[in-house]
Design a protein around this ligand. Structure first.
Ligand code: TPP
Ligand code: SF4
Length: 317
């Protein structure tokens, strides 16, 4: 036929996933909410990587951003406020074959869930943790969060927060055994996607600090950053987040930063002068608890019973 050899065959994959394959329904966020951009980026990465939906687990706590699992056609767990990370660690322990993604807000992760944030960094299990930082508690309608800038009035602090905010990326860099910390912004979709892609390919817990617009409750917090690109510093490096020409053209300030340099990462994460975006730190050699927690997963029922008997015998009186 048309000069093709008789034994020619088209190598068509048995399953091909399109963006629709990951579509979990109409997202109910306010118009202009930055969460939409993150959802699109994640769906594109899943399509590009051809991840079967049944191999994806989207885990969240409570908050607007935590509604994320509902909008992905994948396994999902929309759990308790602040508890996304322990659930994700549990899933990864017993189902190492699943790609685990966590959606957690600045309130969910850095306030009520802060203890889990530290320990998840230390456990360093293979997963992507997206911290949606809109500087406010959105779902409960505008209470101060640990990242609310001073001077921004909220329902709990009408005259503005009393204390300076914490920075998500900078704080994460201080945790023991942390292996990946990056920062990006929802209003730069190519950079957001490249950052999440780098996070997905890192073996360990990849924390991605995402500055996320909440036009309803913190409409102006990122105005300066969005209107004046001089306030952003684009981090570049062959081992860092890919920055294509379009992204490079957006920012005059660029710096090559070696992501293995933790001291430099700490200094760059400081936002007092500029907002550094890109990969701040990566340590592929950090030990991972999920390489140990999988032990015994392939044990037979008989082996498990025998192990249980042995344990119980130790306590016999
Ligand atoms: C144990 C518990 N405490 C408080 C709440 C109320 N609550 C629900 S979401 C939320 C904060 C959400 O803020 P954030 O995590 O930043 O997410 P956002 O809505 O801004 O995306 C709070 C305080 C709750 N559901 N459970
Ligand atoms: S309240 Fe803010 S964070 Fe929540 S859906 Fe609306 S814009 Fe998004």
């Amino acid at each position: 036929m048309f000069g093709l050899p008789a034994d020619w065959s088209l190598d068509v994959p048995e399953r091909y996933f399109t963006l629709e394959s990951y579509d979990g329904g109409v997202a109910r966020w306010c118009p202009g909410c930055g969460d939409f951009a993150v959802l699109s980026a994640v769906q594109r990465i899943c399509r590009d990587e051809q991840i079967p939906p049944e191999k994806l687990a989207m885990i969240s706590g409570i908050g607007c951003s935590s509604r994320f699992p509902h909008y992905m056609h994948a396994y999902g767990f929309h759990g308790l406020h602040g508890r996304a990370l322990p659930v994700a660690c549990g899933v990864k322990s017993r189902r190492p074959d699943l790609d685990v993604w966590v959606a957690t807000g600045d309130g969910d992760c850095c306030s009520i869930g802060a203890a889990h944030w530290l320990h998840a960094a230390r456990y360093n299990m293979d997963m992507v943790v997206m911290i949606f930082d809109n500087s406010i508690y959105g779902l409960t309608k505008k209470q101060t969060s640990p990242t609310t800038p001073m001077g921004v009035g909220t329902n709990t602090h009408p005259d503005g927060a009393y204390l300076p905010p914490l920075d998500v990326a900078r704080t994460t860099l201080g945790f023991p055994n942390v292996s990946f910390v990056a920062r990006t912004v929802d209003w730069n979709p190519p950079h957001l996607a490249a950052t999440l892609e780098a996070a997905y390919h890192h073996k360990g817990t990849s924390f991605v600090h995402i500055l996320q617009r909440c036009p309803t409750y913190t409409p102006n917090v990122f105005d300066e950053l969005r209107q004046n690109s001089d306030l952003t510093l684009l981090l570049t490096h062959p081992d860092g987040v890919r920055a294509d020409d379009a992204v490079r053209r957006m920012y005059e300030n660029q710096r090559e930063h070696d992501p293995s340099d933790l001291a430099a990462a700490h200094a760059l994460a400081d936002r007092s002068e500029k907002l550094a975006i890109g990969l701040l730190y990566r340590n592929p050699a950090a030990p991972r608890l999920d390489t140990f927690s999988v032990r015994g997963l392939d044990a037979t029922r008989e082996q498990k019973l025998a192990a249980l008997e042995r344990e119980l015998d130790r306590f016999a009186v």
